[in-house]
Design a protein around this ligand. Sequence first.
Ligand code: F3S
Length: 62
Amino acid sequence: MKAVVDEDRCRGHGVCCTLCPEVFDLSDDGYAVVRVLDIPPESEQAARGAAMSCPERAITVG
Ligand code: F3S
């Protein structure tokens, strides 16, 4: 499973980094970046939750 952040939609709310810091981080300019190429199985549920909780719907996981 992989995660993608649509950088045109991300507004830096940071919910993703709070819910799933194993996968999402904030860059120096305040937008989400994906830290891993493949999401570890134990983080998949949190990554899905982060995608669903992003107010901008900027995250796709699958
Ligand atoms: Fe950006 Fe959404 Fe995360 S706006 S910082 S991808 S919660």
